[in-house]
Every structure is written in structure tokens, then in C-alpha cells.
Design a protein. Structure first.
Length: 115
């Protein structure tokens, strides 16, 4: 009779140990689930940061294109100003009209000197 009581008490003791181990395993499962949730949150944050960085890269690329366009416009304006300067230099080379006759004065060349 004592032997049966001893076996039954050992059985209860062993079942308590197994229940305790099951509780420890459930606790570990909860901890790992929490860690997985934290890692998922970090992945979402890094994905958001990657999207923000991609947006900033697109903005800076657009700004670079706008600046290249402005540089091309300013180069074109500089070419137009150089053309106007050449035209005004050419116009300045034309001798003024004679005040009395309002005609162009004779331009001496080698052929007129021979006459």
C-alpha cells in the first residue's frame, strides 16, 4: 500500500515537473514571438527609411536636371550676347556719315591709290 502511494506521489511529482517544463516552454515561445514582432517592426522601419531615401534621391535627381536645364539656358544666353557683341563691334567699324554731305566718306584702298 505504501508502495502504491509512493508511486502515485511520484507520478504527481513528475506530472508537476512536466507541467512546469511546459510553462517554461510557453514562456520561451512568447519571448521568441515578441522578438519576431520586434524584428518585423525593425524591418518595416527600414523599409520606410528606404522609401524615404528613394524619394530624396528622386528629388535630388530632379533638381540636378533643373540645374542642367538652367545651365543650358544661360549658355544659350551667353552665346546670344556674344553674337550681339560681335554685331555691335562690326557696326562700330563702319565709319560715320560725313556731317556736311551725309554720305559715306571714301575709303582709301590700294586700288584707289593707283588712280
Amino acid at each position: 500500500m505504501y508502495f502504491i502511494a509512493l508511486l502515485l506521489s511520484c507520478g504527481w511529482f513528475l506530472s508537476a515537473i512536466v507541467v512546469g517544463l511546459a510553462a517554461i516552454l510557453a514562456l520561451l515561445a512568447a519571448i521568441f514571438t515578441g522578438l519576431a514582432a520586434i524584428l518585423a517592426l525593425l524591418a518595416a522601419i527600414s523599409t520606410g527609411l528606404a522609401a524615404i531615401l528613394a524619394l530624396l534621391a528622386a528629388i535630388f535627381t530632379s533638381l540636378a536636371a533643373i540645374l542642367a536645364l538652367l545651365a543650358a539656358i544661360s549658355t544659350g544666353l551667353a552665346a546670344i550676347l556674344a553674337l550681339l557683341a560681335a554685331i555691335s563691334t562690326g557696326l562700330a567699324a563702319i565709319p560715320p556719315l560725313h556731317p556736311a554731305t551725309q554720305v559715306f566718306p571714301k575709303i582709301k584702298t590700294a586700288s584707289t591709290n593707283l588712280l
